[in-house]
Design a protein around this ligand. Structure first.
Ligand SMILES: Nc1nc2c(c(=O)[nH]1)N[C@H]1C(S)=C(S)[C@@H](COP(=O)(O)O)O[C@H]1N2
Ligand SMILES: [Mo]
Length: 513
């Protein structure tokens, strides 16, 4: 092997390492600055957030299908992998031609800067982390390059190598240290969590009736009728959960109204509070899926606030907006009729968890979350469907999203091995704001049998069902279908989640020993 060839290959590796090291220190310093100055302007968060907003709806579906609630971790990991590749390449290109790699890394900083500034709700220093990232990356790369290409004859080769290693590892360590300090700083600014923990929610003027005695069958593996907050599904576009101090929060009701109103947290808390159980479902929930949960919500009826503002009779929609720019279009009748559409502050007896919309969110019975359940809500614009469109409507989803009649088999699970003899089949059924009249089950495409329903909390919640089954050995297929309170039978016609929710019968294959 010739001396020249060896030097070239070593150069390539070292250049790539220099690029990586420069990227690590840039990311570390930028995240540290963001943590201190403006947490939501973190380069990872703004670029990730931008990707989420730009992603076509099939990509969002695929991400949810593949990673479920871990979709955000998957995205961050993906960005990190791409960054590693680009940084290594920038290092190599820089060593071939000075300036090229620096321009690439600098451009990444500019990308973070722009992404931070165009985010809804960007603060006055949103540009700073991106700038820091760009400058740090360029300076570090140029500096490290000098040690990749040392001045000839000055030192022995192994000295040069040692010097290069020292510099590269040193610079990267500064980045890692900054990342650690940044995440500690982020943790220390957990003050919103303590504000939340110390909150005392007002008692409801209209409490929910107690959960009926027969609401819950005691069957292992069957979803509980009320979903604990810690197990409640979470779906949103927020890479960084908005941290809103209630004392800074207000909601503005404007648009086609007689008088615009703005309500602060203290004003909201002083209004009469109502409690109700409402089952919330995601339009991305597949047949048999778990993106659904039921909670006891505490809040003030949206209808009262709209009445106060005075709604123009020509309006047919309310566009709710969150602090981070998400929007949902809710048909106005769902917010003005007698259903329990709430501006909610409480979930299962505590203040809303941060990731479920603290301090205030919307909850509307009968509609999928993407057209109704805006978390971190700050604006209600009374408008018309022909004037404006919401976040997911712009990405190919239906502008209206009434919940479809659905049922699900929880027990037995797919592929579960059970013993022949007495067995139980059980699951959940729902069509919020309509109600469930019955559930039917059939085995191996035989005749339909009526399942037993638990006592529903209300028409706005899901209900459990169960059926005894004398299981015989062999492979079996179990299917279920729900009957709604208004006489509809759940369709067998399958459909995917786009554009307005999945449909079809849930089917589970089991083998009986
Ligand atoms: N601000 C904000 N609110 C949002 C969303 C969002 O992306 N941002 N997603 C909606 C969707 S698609 C659903 S299904 C529900 C989920 O509410 P959860 O996370 O509390 O279960 O929130 C809705 N509210
Ligand atoms: Mo959703």
């Amino acid at each position: 092997m010739s001396h020249a060839a060896r030097t070239t290959r070593g150069d390539g590796l070292r250049s790539a390492a220099a690029g990586l090291s420069a990227a690590v220190v840039a990311v570390g310093l930028a995240e540290l600055v963001a943590a201190v100055v403006e947490p939501s302007a973190s380069p990872f968060a703004v670029i990730g957030g931008g990707l989420i907003d730009l992603a076509p709806s099939w990509a969002k579906d695929a991400a949810i299908a593949l990673f479920g609630t871990a979709d955000k971790i998957a995205l961050i990991t993906g960005i990190a992998i791409v960054l590693v590749g680009v940084a290594a390449l920038a290092g190599i290109l820089e060593s071939r031609r000075a300036g090229v790699g620096a321009v690439i890394l600098g451009a990444l900083g500019v990308l973070a800067l722009v992404a931070a500034m165009i985010r809804p709700g960007a603060g006055p220093f949103a540009w700073l982390p991106g700038l820091v990232a760009g400058v740090a990356a360029v300076v570090a790369l140029r500096l490290l390059m000098r040690t990749v290409h040392p001045v000839p004859y000055l030192r022995a080769e192994h000295d040069e190598r040692r010097r290069f290693l020292l510099f590269t590892v040193g610079v990267a360590s500064v980045g890692v240290a900054a990342l650690i300090v940044g995440s500690i700083a982020r943790g220390a600014s957990r003050s919103i969590e303590s504000v939340r923990a110390l909150l005392r929610l007002p008692a409801p003027v209209t409490p929910a009736p107690p959960v009926p005695a027969g609401a819950e069958f005691d069957i292992q593996g069957l979803a509980s009728v009320v979903t604990p907050n810690s197990e409640f599904y979470r779906i949103d576009t927020a890479l960084i959960v908005p941290r809103i101090d209630p004392s800074d929060w207000s909601v503005r009701i404007h648009g086609m109204v007689d008088r615009e109103i703005e309500i602060t947290w203290d004003e909201l808390l002083a209004l009469p509070m109502q409690e109700s159980f409402t089952t919330l479902a995601c339009v991305s929930n597949e047949v048999g899926g778990s993106l659904i949960g039921n909670a006891l919500w505490l809040g003030h009826p949206v209808r009262e606030l709209l009445a106060r503002a005075g709604v123009d009779p020509k309006a047919d929609m309310v566009l709710s907006t969150s602090s981070d720019g998400f929007t949902a279009s809710t048909p106005i009748e769902a917010l003005t009729d007698d259903r329990d559409a709430l501006l909610a502050i409480g979930m299962n007896g505590e203040a809303l968890p941060l990731e479920h919309g603290f301090p205030v969110r919307m909850v509307v019975p009968g509609l999928y979350g993407y057209v109704s359940a805006t978390k971190w809500v700050t604006q209600l614009e009374v408008t018309r469907f022909d004037r404006t469109t919401a976040y997911w409507t712009d990405r190919g989803w239906s502008e209206r999203g009434p919940v479809k009649l659905q049922s699900r088999i929880d027990v037995p699970r797919r592929g579960q091995r059970i013993d022949a003899g007495d067995a139980v089949i059980a699951g959940m059924a729902w069509q919020q704001h309509v109600g469930i009249e019955g559930v039917e089950v059939r085995i191996d495409e035989g005749s339909w049998r009526r399942a037993e329903l638990s006592s529903a909390i209300s028409d706005d919640t899901w209900v459990q069902w169960r059926l005894d089954w004398a299981a015989t050995s062999g492979s079996h297929t179990i299917e279920c279908r729900a009957l709604s309170a208004d006489g509809e039978t759940q369709t067998s016609d399958p459909a995917g989640v786009v554009p307005d929710g999945a449909q079809g019968w849930h089917r589970v294959d089991v083998s009986v020993a």
